[in-house]
Design a protein around this ligand. Structure first.
Ligand SMILES: [Zn+2]
Length: 453
């Protein structure tokens, strides 16, 4: 933690509820918080002892937030799937993700997290909600990831995905891992309070009635569930066959909806399920790149937003470059609906900025994330963007969709500490980490192939 910094010569985007773009203003940072935002000359006079940092007329704005990701999928990059290409979502799970998570050992879990965290720092994503699976390196895996997050200097919300696909013992171990880590975050400030916990569930289609019941009974009060929901039609079909109920109805019967629960995707939900999600204040996250890649369809996000569902934006393990997710969301709904009026950039901003901030702030109640104002956490990114047309709060979301790019991010700060300054990573040895990952990747891929059915 530094003693203090005065960021000068910046153009500020505050992302307050009524967003402002401020010229000629400075940011005073003390410890991990923003102490003040105001006219540069005034702050320079008020805080003469603060070290000055000249932003060189870059944009300074809150770091991006990711509502759903999977660090554990990192070693899937460039990996060949043996045999014919998966033809359905279920085959993608069976031939890619399930054998890959079985192949992870403790070091692979650590490296997966590290390479994703480097990616996040480089691409200006400062808080991530992760959903982890490593059935053969399960106990303590959330500590392993937390250690990586601690060193990286970022913020994360962690959980382990409980599933019945590795037998009852596997499911019970997953439950214990969630409970153990939740207790740890209650007992101590993990990574200085930058790591929080939730309760992970894979998806309705791999969870029995018994396991769902045990999870609900075991979860402490105030802890929600982070679960994939109706990502593909197969999840609905499996639920209807198993219980005669649709997925959200089933999870509702088990008491799993609520203001601390994150329901991922919700691609195939009907009006009744949308009403249940809205009435229970359950969070839904949208991952358009993943939905397109898996060919599972596109959820009617605009209908959910209209119904009052708090839809957030995640990346589902794609690159931690959230503006790429913005662009995908902006484009795919237009293509899907054959209507250029669908998903205006303001709606994307509503999800990615305001809903994501409200979601992560539930997990970090002592801080204020996703906003640049006095008292908020100093989680900031520096963007070397100099628009050739006027940029005002009203058109900013369109500047982001058409003009912003993560390669323009030069510096990333979390809790008042630079994690990257002028493209130089300060907390992680990227060369050493990527070299080690390349070294172990062939062994992970070999183990993966041995698990492919
Ligand atoms: Zn996911």
């Amino acid at each position: 933690m530094n003693s203090g910094l005065l960021i000068t010569h910046a153009r500020l985007i505050t992302w307050e509820e009524s967003n402002r773009i401020l010229d000629g203003c400075a940011i005073a940072i003390m410890g991990d918080r923003i102490e003040a935002v105001g006219p540069q000359a005034e702050l320079a006079e008020r805080y003469p002892s603060l070290e000055k940092y000249d932003a060189g007329n870059q944009i300074v704005m809150p770091g991006n937030l990711c509502a759903h990701t999977h660090f554990y999928g990192a070693f899937g990059r460039g990996m060949a799937i043996p045999g014919p290409a998966p033809a359905t979502f279920l085959q993608i799970l069976q031939k890619l993700w399930w054998p890959l998570d079985l192949a992870l050992d403790e070091e692979a879990v650590f490296l997966s997290a590290q390479v994703c965290l480097i990616d996040a720092i480089r691409h200006g994503t400062t808080t991530l909600i992760d959903h982890h699976a490593s059935p053969n390196a399960l106990s303590g895996s959330l500590d392993t990831i937390a250690a990586a997050v601690d060193t990286a200097g970022l913020r994360a919300v962690l959980c382990y995905e409980v599933t019945d696909r590795n037998g009852n013992a596997g499911a019970m171990q997953g439950i214990q891992e969630n409970l153990r880590f939740i207790e740890r975050t209650k007992r101590e400030r993990v990574a200085g309070g930058r790591v929080a916990a939730t309760f992970g569930l894979h998806a309705s289609l791999t969870l029995s009635e018994k396991t769902l019941q045990v999870c609900k009974e075991a979860a402490p009060d105030g802890i929600g569930f982070h679960v994939h929901v109706a990502e593909s039609l197969a999840d609905q079909t499996a639920s209807l066959i198993k219980t005669g109920e649709r997925v959200v109805v089933r999870l509702h019967r088990h008491g799993l909806l609520g203001p601390d629960s994150i329901f991922v995707h919700a691609v195939h939900v009907d009006d009744h399920e949308i009403a249940l999600l809205a009435n229970s204040n359950t969070w839904v996250t949208h991952q358009p790149r993943s939905n397109m890649n898996n060919a599972v369809g596109i959820g009617d996000v605009e209908a959910m937003l209209r119904a009052g569902v708090h839809v957030c934006l995640g990346n589902d393990g794609f690159s931690n470059a959230m503006w790429e997710e913005w662009k995908s969301a902006y484009l795919v709904h237009k293509a899907w609906q054959h209507d250029p009026r669908r998903m205006p950039a303001t709606e994307v901003a509503r999800m990615a900025i305001y809903h994501n901030a409200a979601l992560v702030n539930r997990f970090f109640p002592d801080t204020s994330l996703g906003v640049l104002k006095a008292g908020a956490s100093a989680d900031l990114i520096f963007v070397d963007y100099h628009p050739y047309t006027p940029m005002v709060p009203e058109n900013l979301p369109w500047h982001i969709v058409f003009g912003f790019h993560e390669s323009l991010i030069t510096s990333t700060m979390v809790a008042g500490k630079f994690l990257m300054k002028n493209h130089q990573l300060l907390t992680m040895d990227e060369d050493a980490i990527t070299a080690r990952a390349r070294q172990v990747a062939p062994q992970i891929w070999e183990r993966y192939r041995s698990f492919v059915p």
